[in-house]
Design a protein around this ligand. Structure first.
Ligand code: PRP
Ligand code: HPA
Length: 179
């Protein structure tokens, strides 16, 4: 185990089992539909690359990069698009793939933005959900695990851009934050 880790919340086997289960459910729900996965960079990269292999459908994938701006954090709910989709989404069934939904502000902006482009549907799939911190009302169609109100890293999630490559979801030791 990485030396900076205090405890593992969700181990690799549990993550992989859940991804398989979600993939099967999505394949069933979107059978015969024109499905486009939208991966929100960077955190969702690990999850989407596992998930897409478990969805047995002729789907497409595209990427968006967003960043909050304004004063300090994303809690302003004002989001800037750093990288937009490559193509239009009119008539497509959109599944936004996220690593974590925390306040929900990033997604509530994205959903409205994407809906305005005329897709057939827009739904959300997240591997982690932190409901205690939610301030925006978000309807999540597929959730992997709920996590407590703690800062988590691994399986795509970072602290200061590190730890995204850990194959499990974990909490860091306190001393890591003061380094
Ligand atoms: O529900 P919210 O409070 O809006 O937070 C969730 C967002 O925050 C994280 O992204 P971050 O901005 O850290 O970028 P990253 O994916 O590149 O790490 C995460 O990937 C979500 O997109
Ligand atoms: O708990 C978290 N960890 C990493 N990134 C995040 N972005 C929102 N919540 C988190």
């Amino acid at each position: 185990m990485n030396n900076d880790i205090k405890k593992i919340l969700i181990d690799e086997d549990s993550l992989q089992a859940k991804v398989k289960e979600l993939g099967a459910k999505i394949a069933e729900d979107y059978k015969g539909k024109d499905l486009l996965l939208i991966c929100v960079l960077k955190g969702a990269v690990v999850f989407v690359s596992d998930l897409m292999k478990r969805i047995d459908l002729p789907l497409e994938i595209d990427f968006m990069a967003v960043s909050s701006y304004g004063c300090d954090t994303k809690s302003s709910g004002v989001v800037r698009i750093l990288k937009d989709l490559d193509k239009g989404i009119e008539g497509k069934h959109i599944l936004i793939v996220e690593d974590i939904i925390d306040s929900g502000l990033t997604l509530s902006y994205l959903i409205e933005n994407l809906k305005a482009r005329g897709p057939e549907s827009v739904e959300i799939c997240t591997i982690l959900d932190k409901p205690d911190r939610r301030t925006a009302n978000i309807n999540i169609k597929y959730t992997g695990f709920q996590v407590p109100d703690e800062f988590v890293v691994g399986y795509g999630l970072d602290y200061a851009e590190k730890y995204r490559n850990l194959p499990y979801v974990a909490v860091l030791k306190e001393e890591v934050y003061s380094e």
